[in-house]
Design a protein around this ligand. Structure first.
Ligand SMILES: [Zn+2]
Ligand SMILES: [Zn+2]
Length: 306
């Protein structure tokens, strides 16, 4: 389309190109924010909690399906109930990989191998989990992609129809516009459908994960605050700070670490590789908190942020 802009053109003289450029920059910006940010990863524990009653938020054990029945092993219920700020009670599951009780609406992503707050889905197109911290950017990304598709589709049509040499002659002369029309027509069904679906999810305050599991089909959604408030929550979000210190030392893999935490490598505690342990790391602990020091509910996460 840019190839056909002539100085004497009034409609196509830069304004439309500028509009396309702004939409493209916005689209790439939202893609960047979605893809490269922390979706809301919950830091793992290096050992499981001592007892399920450690946490004051626990109302009672909802399940007596213990993690392990072996003598001397950890006895934690797989599911427990926590109270939201609204007073409603929801169930949370214990994650055997991350050794923690997930926050409400969190789930473990099998691809990223992390528990993610308000897990929506893992998006292979952006190569990232979509969770509490990047969902607002994700919805802006797919909305701007849909808008860009419609915009290019419409402008390509105008580009063909404005020529005075007849419709078929214009089509044969302007192959780029024809390709763009076909491309946008196909793409907009996918990305437009996805956008509409996510607007429906926002209006009902559901995640994709919850929707696919029919979680609120038979019971009321405790997170639904009405359409306006649900939209406000996504488009004027209070994005919580990341719980992961990405600049901290990575703990070494401990093959012997079991669910009951019987064998525990000191490297996991400190998060410092053996080779570097002889170096004086005074102040390291205080300046850069280790991932292993983060304990799930002891940090008092805001359950009702959703
Ligand atoms: Zn997990
Ligand atoms: Zn993921």
């Amino acid at each position: 389309m840019a190839l056909h802009v002539k100085p004497q053109d009034t409609i196509f003289n830069h304004q439309i190109l500028l509009g396309g450029l702004i939409l493209t920059v916005l689209d790439l910006g939202f893609l960047f924010l979605t893809s490269f940010g922390d979706p809301g990863i919950i830091p793992r524990n290096s050992k499981p909690p001592e007892s399920p009653d450690d946490d004051n938020d626990v109302c009672k054990s909802a399940s007596f399906d213990w993690l392990s029945g072996k003598p001397g092993s950890l006895r934690l219920p797989r599911i427990k109930e926590v109270k939201l700020a609204t007073g409603e009670t929801v169930q949370v599951k214990f994650c055997e990989t991350c050794l923690l009780y997930r926050t409400p609406r969190a789930s473990h992503c099998s691809i990223c191998n992390n528990c993610v707050q308000k897990f929506d889905h893992h998006c292979p197109w952006v190569g990232q989990c979509i969770g509490e911290r990047n969902y607002p950017f994700f919805i802006c990304f797919i909305s701007s992609t849909t808008t860009l598709c419609i915009y290019v589709f419409a402008c390509s049509w105008v580009n063909i129809l404005r020529q005075d040499c007849g419709f078929w002659a214009s089509v044969s002369r302007d192959a780029i516009s024809v390709i763009l029309i076909l491309y946008c027509f196909i793409v907009v069904w996918f990305v437009g459908g996805l956008t509409v679906f996510h607007f429906y999810l926002i209006s009902t305050n559901q995640t994709t994960y919850e929707s696919f599991r029919y979680r609120y089909d038979r019971k009321t959604n405790p997170f639904n605050k009405g359409i306006l408030n649900n939209f406000r929550q996504v488009f004027f979000p209070r994005i919580p700070p990341s719980l992961v210190n990405f600049r901290a030392w990575a703990p070494e893999e401990d093959e012997g670490l079991s669910v009951n935490g019987s064998k525990h490598n000191s490297d996991v505690e400190t998060g410092v590789p053996k080779l570097l342990q002889k170096i004086d790391f005074d102040g390291f602990e205080s300046n850069s908190p280790s991932i292993s020091k983060n304990h799930n509910f002891k940090d008092k996460p805001q359950f009702d942020r959703a």
